[in-house]
Write a protein that binds this ligand. Structure first.
Ligand SMILES: [Zn+2]
Ligand SMILES: [Zn+2]
Length: 141
């Protein structure tokens, strides 16, 4: 909890109770949640919270560079707390967005042909290993 407050303060974000809770969810879940998922999770603890509050908090987090917005899925925004540049795999079967550890020299240098890079969103689409193993089981039977 104290850590979360420090993280928020380090980005000049007023650490309100709701913001702390939202950050906690983002830190705990590596699933790149969207607003609805975060709202559902949060309303278990704070039944009075509104989706607008969640949305506004996420906007502030993104503006201050605390989270990255992923636009892999065109119909929704997903939020990523891990702001170190990394690439993603979107599984076409289960819809999960998974961090993949691909070595990217551009990400390491944060520079391409003299242009300075602040954010990198590389992504792959395919089938995740969990779905693959499920499929393999199916074909064996
Ligand atoms: Zn999958
Ligand atoms: Zn990620």
């Amino acid at each position: 909890m104290e850590n979360l407050i420090k993280i928020l303060q380090s980005k000049n974000i007023q650490p309100s109770h709701q913001r702390i809770k939202i950050l906690e969810i983002l830190v705990k879940n590596k699933d790149h949640m969207n607003v609805n998922m975060i709202y559902d999770e949060l309303s278990k603890e704070i039944p009075t919270i509104s989706k607008t509050t969640v949305y506004n908090a996420l906007n502030t987090f993104a503006e201050k560079g605390l989270v990255h917005c992923l636009t892999i899925t065109p119909e929704e925004m997903r939020y990523d707390y891990e702001t170190k540049p990394h690439h993603h795999l979107l599984c076409k079967q289960c819809g999960r967005i998974i961090d993949v550890n691909v070595r990217c020299t551009y990400a390491e240098a944060m520079e391409i042909e003299g242009h300075s890079i602040e954010e990198i969103q590389g992504y792959f689409k395919g089938t995740c290993k969990d779905c693959l193993s499920r499929e393999n089981h199916k074909t064996k039977n």
